[in-house]
Design a protein around this ligand. Structure first.
Ligand code: HSE
Length: 288
C-alpha cells in the first residue's frame, strides 16, 4: 500500500501575527510513503536530505510513535514546487506530510488536532503547520496545547509571492529578533493584528495596509534582505496593492491584490524593476 500526501505552501505572520497567523496558498509539495521490510529510501529531494535526518522521515517516525504504527522500513518519494528556505513553509510541508503519512497507515489521517499538536511540537510554532493542515487562513494560540481557528476571508484575493534567488534560514531570521518589546510596539502589533483579521473577515480592504504593519520582526529582518525597504515602500505607494508583508521568516515578500486586478503582477514587476532581478514571482490563491 502507498500513501500519497499533498501539502500546500504556507505564508506565516501576515505582518503583525508573528507565530500566530498563517495562510495556505496554491503551491504544493507531494510525498508518497510506502512501508518496506527494511531500510530507508528517499528520492526526489536534494541528496544532502536523503538520509535518516530527513525532516519528513523524522516527522513520520514521531507520527508513527504517537499513532501506534509499527514499521521496519520506509520509502519516501518527494516532489513539488514549494521552494526551500524561502519563507513559504517548505519545512512545514515535510513535517505535516510525515505525520499525516504515518497516521494514514493506521487510518487515522483525519485526526487533525492530534496531528496539529505534534506538528507544532516539532516545528516550534503553529503558524505554518496549522494552515498546512486546515487550509485557508488560520490563527493559532499556544497555551495548554494548540488552539487553531480558520478565519473566513470575505473577498477573493490573489497573493503575489516575490521569491528571491537566495535563501534565509528561519534560525538565522529568528536570531536577529529582540528578546523584549516596548509597550508601544506591543500595542501597535496587537491593534494591527486585530485590524487585519477584522478587515479580512469584513472585506474592509482599506484596513489591510495598516493592518499588515508590524513592529515585532519585519524591522529587524528587513536588513537581511537586499532592497526590502525600497520594495515595501513601492508596494505601499501602489494604490491597487491592498497590503504587503514579509512571508514567514522571509526572504519572500508577499503582496495582496484583488482577484479583479488582473494586471497586478505585470504592474508590480514593472514598478519594482531591477529590485526583483532574478526573483521568481508567483501569483497564488488561498488554498481552502
Ligand atoms: N513565525 C515564524 C517566524 C514563521 O517568523 O519565524 C517561520 O516560517
Amino acid at each position: 500500500m502507498k500513501v500519497k500526501v499533498k501539502v500546500p505552501a504556507t505564508s506565516a505572520n501576515l505582518g503583525p501575527g508573528f507565530d500566530v497567523a498563517g495562510l495556505a496558498v496554491t503551491l504544493y509539495n507531494t510525498f508518497t510513503f510506502e512501508l518496506l521490510d527494511d531500510g530507508l529510501e528517499i528520492t526526489g529531494c536534494p541528496e544532502q536530505f536523503c538520509n535518516a535526518e530527513n525532516m519528513t522521515y523524522q516527522a513520520f517516525v514521531e507520527g508513527a510513535k504517537t499513532c501506534g504504527l509499527l514499521f521496519k522500513g520506509l520509502r519516501i518519494e518527494c516532489s513539488g514546487d514549494v521552494p526551500y528556505t524561502r519563507g513559504l513553509g517548505s519545512s512545514s510541508t515535510c513535517i505535516v506530510a510525515g505525520i499525516v503519512g504515518a497516521y494514514a497507515f493506521v487510518d487515522r489521517y483525519d485526526e487533525r488536532q492530534e496531528i496539529l499538536e505534534l506538528a507544532t511540537k516539532i516545528e516550534g510554532h503553529p503558524d505554518n503547520v496549522a494552515p498546512a493542515i486546515f487550509g485557508g487562513l488560520t490563527v493559532s494560540v499556544m497555551s495548554d496545547g494548540v488552539t487553531t481557528l480558520n478565519i473566513p476571508v470575505k473577498h477573493d484575493y490573489r497573493f503575489v509571492a516575490m521569491i528571491p534567488p537566495f535563501t534565509l534560514s528561519t534560525e538565522k531570521s529568528r536570531s536577529v529578533l529582540p528578546q523584549v518589546l516596548s509597550r508601544s510596539d506591543a500595542i501597535a502589533n496587537v491593534s494591527h493584528l486585530a485590524l487585519m483579521v477584522a478587515s479580512l473577515i469584513n472585506g474592509y480592504d482599506d484596513g489591510l495596509k495598516l493592518g499588515f504593519k508590524d513592529r515585532l520582526h519585519q524591522p529587524y529582518r528587513g536588513p537581511l534582505i537586499e532592497g526590502f525597504d525600497e520594495i515595501m515602500t513601492i508596494l505601499e505607494n501602489d494604490e491597487r496593492v491592498l497590503g504587503a508583508y514579509l512571508s514567514g521568516a522571509g526572504p519572500t515578500i508577499m503582496a495582496v491584490i484583488d482577484a479583479t486586478d488582473t494586471k497586478g503582477v505585470v504592474r508590480i514587476k514593472e514598478e519594482l524593476g531591477d529590485l526583483l532581478k532574478d526573483w521568481q514571482v508567483e501569483k497564488l490563491e488561498l488554498d481552502m
